[in-house]
Design a binder for this molecule. Structure first.
Ligand SMILES: [Cu+2]
Length: 345
C-alpha cells in the first residue's frame, strides 16, 4: 500500500499543477537534447532539415572498468598500443511528415577518424616500427532511413515507435600507413572503418512527457546487424537507453540534463582483409570490441526564429562518460560534443 501512495500523490500533484500544459511545437524543449535522435515527429506536411556536428574523444584504455596504461599494453606483448582516438561527424538529416502519426526520416553522416598509436621498444628494434604514428580514415558513413510512428499522443504524453534501418554505404576497406611505413598502406583495424558493412535494423521506443515547467523523455534503441559483411564479420549489436529532463527558460530557451547507458557486443567472425595480427595491436582483435558505458550530458536548445523563415533552432550538448566496462585493452570514450542546427517549415 505504502509503495503505491507516494507515486500516486506525485502523479496527482503533477496533474493538478500542470493541467494547463498543452503540446506546443515552438517550445524549445519540444525537441530532445541534440545528442538524441528520432525523439519527435512532425505535423502533417511539415519538413525539417538538420545539420549536426559531433565530436567523440577517447584518450584512455580500459580492461573492464580498470584503466590500462600504454606500458601495460606493451608489457602484455602487443607491439603497438592505441593512445587516443578522435571521431568527428558531420550529419545531414531530413524529416517529412506525410501524416500526423508518421514522420519519415533520413540521415547522411560524414565521418573522420584519427588515431594516435605508440610502438613498444621491441617493435621499434625488431620490426622497424615508428615510435609514434597516427592513422586516419574519412568518408561517408552508413545512411539511415526509416520512419517514426506515433503510437500515442495526447496533451502531455507521446509514445513513438522508431523504425529505422542503416544501409552499408560506409567503407569497410579503409587503409593507411601503419607502424612500419616500408610496408605501405595496410587495411585498418575495426574501429577505423567507416561503416558496419551490413544492413542494420534500428528499432526503438521513445516516450516524452510535457509539463508547463519542464519536460522529460526516455528512449530505448537497438542496432541489430543482419548477416555478415563482405569482409566476413559482423559488428556487435548495440543497445542504448537515454533519459533526459529539460527546463524551459523564457519562450525560446531550454536547458537539459541527460543520462545515457550503452551496451555493445563483440564482433562476430573476423576481418579477412586484416593482415595485422590480433596480438600485434588490440584494435585488430574482434574479441576486444565489446563494452558498456554510462555518460552524463548537459545541453541547451534555443529557438532562433519562429515565423515566416521557419522554426529555426540551435542546440548544443556536452557529455562525459562516467563509467566504462570494456573488453580490453580498449580505448574508452571520454567526451562527447554535439552541436546542431534545425529548420522546420
Ligand atoms: Cu524534426
Amino acid at each position: 500500500m505504502k509503495r503505491l501512495t507516494l507515486p500516486l500523490i506525485g502523479v496527482a500533484l503533477l496533474t493538478t499543477a500542470h493541467s494547463a500544459a498543452h503540446a506546443d511545437a515552438t517550445r524549445a524543449d519540444s525537441h530532445a537534447p541534440i545528442g538524441v535522435m528520432g525523439d519527435h515527429t512532425h505535423a502533417q506536411g511539415e519538413v525539417m532539415l538538420s545539420y549536426r556536428y559531433m565530436d567523440m574523444s577517447m584518450d584512455q584504455n580500459y580492461a573492464g572498468s580498470q584503466k590500462v596504461s600504454t606500458s601495460d599494453i606493451h608489457a602484455a606483448g602487443y607491439g603497438v598500443a592505441p593512445q587516443s582516438m578522435d571521431m568527428t561527424m558531420h550529419m545531414l538529416g531530413a524529416m517529412y511528415a506525410p501524416s500526423d502519426t508518421l514522420t519519415l526520416m533520413a540521415m547522411l553522416p560524414h565521418i573522420t577518424n584519427d588515431m594516435s598509436l605508440r610502438s613498444s621498444m621491441m617493435a621499434q628494434n625488431m620490426m622497424n616500427a615508428r615510435p609514434r604514428f597516427t592513422t586516419e580514415s574519412s568518408g561517408i558513413g552508413d545512411v539511415k532511413l526509416g520512419g517514426l510512428y506515433q503510437l500515442h499522443s495526447d496533451d502531455k504524453n507521446t509514445l513513438i515507435f522508431n523504425a529505422m534501418i542503416s544501409l552499408p554505404t560506409g567503407s569497410i576497406d579503409e587503409q593507411d600507413t601503419m607502424a612500419n611505413p616500408m610496408m605501405g598502406e595496410m587495411h585498418m583495424p575495426y574501429p577505423m572503418q567507416l561503416g558496419s558493412g551490413t544492413v542494420d535494423l534500428l528499432p526503438g521506443l521513445t516516450f516524452t512527457q510535457k509539463h508547463s515547467r519542464y519536460s522529460w523523455g526516455s528512449q530505448i534503441k537497438a542496432t541489430l546487424r543482419t548477416g555478415d559483411n563482405d569482409n566476413g564479420y559482423t559488428l556487435g549489436d548495440r543497445y542504448r537507453l537515454n533519459t533526459w529532463i529539460a527546463k524551459p527558460i523564457g519562450h525560446r530557451f531550454s536547458l537539459s540534463g541527460r543520462a545515457s547507458f550503452e551496451h555493445w557486443d563483440n564482433i562476430d567472425g573476423s576481418d579477412k582483409q586484416l593482415t595485422l595480427m590480433p596480438n600485434m595491436v588490440p584494435t585488430a582483435d574482434p574479441k576486444l570490441r565489446g563494452g558498456e558505458q554510462t555518460s552524463l550530458h548537459v545541453g541547451f536548445n534555443y529557438v532562433l526564429a519562429d515565423g515566416d523563415t521557419g522554426n529555426q533552432r540551435l542546440a548544443l550538448e556536452w557529455g562525459e562518460v562516467v563509467a566504462h566496462d570494456l573488453k580490453g585493452p580498449q580505448l574508452g570514450t571520454s567526451k562527447i560534443l554535439t552541436l546542431g542546427y534545425q529548420i522546420a517549415f
